[in-house]
Design a protein around this ligand. Structure first.
Ligand SMILES: C[S@@+](CC[C@H](N)C(=O)[O-])C[C@H]1O[C@@H](n2cnc3c(N)ncnc32)[C@H](O)[C@@H]1O
Length: 266
């Protein structure tokens, strides 16, 4: 055995003793993560390939409780990648429309590249936005861009082409830095952007005739600053509740603000 080879084995042995087998041994936190994943019923559902992300079940739970998608014709999904919420919204609205025997979204891949709708019908339009690319979803128009940038917001507005927005969904969140203040600040910024976009679009149409229209759902991470934000926008909706879906991990401070029925205001 050559001297170099012996040295390599020795180094490998020493490394194994100090840091463990790098490829096979896992840290306590990753073991805990694997254990939690194996027990998580929503991860199992995801594994059956019903939806492309586990997050889809959060939106379905919100809709089971509040029926926010029942009257929805135009939905804007912010922070949509990989696309679970858009898929869930497309299926759910299709079910609602099907029950009422009305026109439904077509399973047409080409709808992804252009928003084709006929304003004279009740056809559903979903616009999904994310920093990351979103693989095509039938009936969903995708936009890749930063929603905090005015250009991306203008792009969404241009795609909507004057169509009244019924529901704005925001599951946007940045990667957690671990710094609570910084994370809640970024969560607040995303909520403010979603709120101000929703406000502009809800105000363009008279929502007062149908109290279910003008729905805004936003993910945020519990923090006192966000409580202030929550109190500030409460009078502008007929109903505003904080909801924690069962499919949201209990060890996460993530919750959803469910705002139903735009009333307007400052
Ligand atoms: C929890 S994931 C969304 C999961 C998605 N709702 C689903 O069901 O598949 C959060 C997403 O927010 C996106 N995001 C964060 N900041 C954003 C921003 N400024 N503009 C657009 N998307 C953003 C991230 O890229 C990420 O894909």
């Amino acid at each position: 055995m050559s001297i170099q080879f012996q040295g390599a084995i020795r180094r490998c042995f020493l490394q194994t003793r100090t840091v463990g087998f790098p490829r096979f041994a896992s840290s306590t936190s990753s073991k805990l993560w694997l254990k939690r994943q194996s027990k998580d019923p929503f991860v199992k559902l995801r594994a059956q390939d019903v939806y492309r992300s586990r997050s889809a079940y959060k939106l379905l739970e919100i809709d089971d409780k509040y029926r926010v998608l029942r009257q929805a014709r135009t939905i804007v999904d912010l922070g949509a990648a990989p696309g679970g919420w858009s898929e869930a919204a497309a299926r759910r609205t299709r079910q609602y429309m099907g029950r009422r025997n009305q026109p439904v979204i077509e399973d047409d891949e080409s709808l992804d590249s252009t928003l084709r709708y006929d304003r004279s019908t009740s056809r559903i339009a979903i616009v999904a936005v994310d920093l990351l690319p979103i693989a095509s979803i039938p009936g969903v128009h995708t936009i890749q861009g930063d929603f905090l940038s005015p250009q991306t917001q203008a792009q969404v507005t241009s795609v909507l082409d004057g169509r009244p927005v019924d529901v704005v969904l925001s599951d946007m969140c940045e990667n957690m830095s671990g710094n609570r203040d910084r994370d809640s600040e970024s969560s607040l910024q995303l909520c403010l952007a979603a709120f101000s976009f929703a406000k502009t679009h809800f105000e363009q149409t008279n929502r007062l005739r149908d109290p279910r229209r003008g729905v805004l759902i936003m993910k945020y991470f519990a923090h006192p600053d966000l409580d202030e934000f929550h109190k500030g926008i409460k009078p502008m909706f007929r109903r505003l509740e904080v909801f924690k879906p069962k499919s949201s991990r209990s060890d996460s401070s993530e919750v959803y603000l469910v705002c139903i029925g735009w009333k307007g205001g400052a």
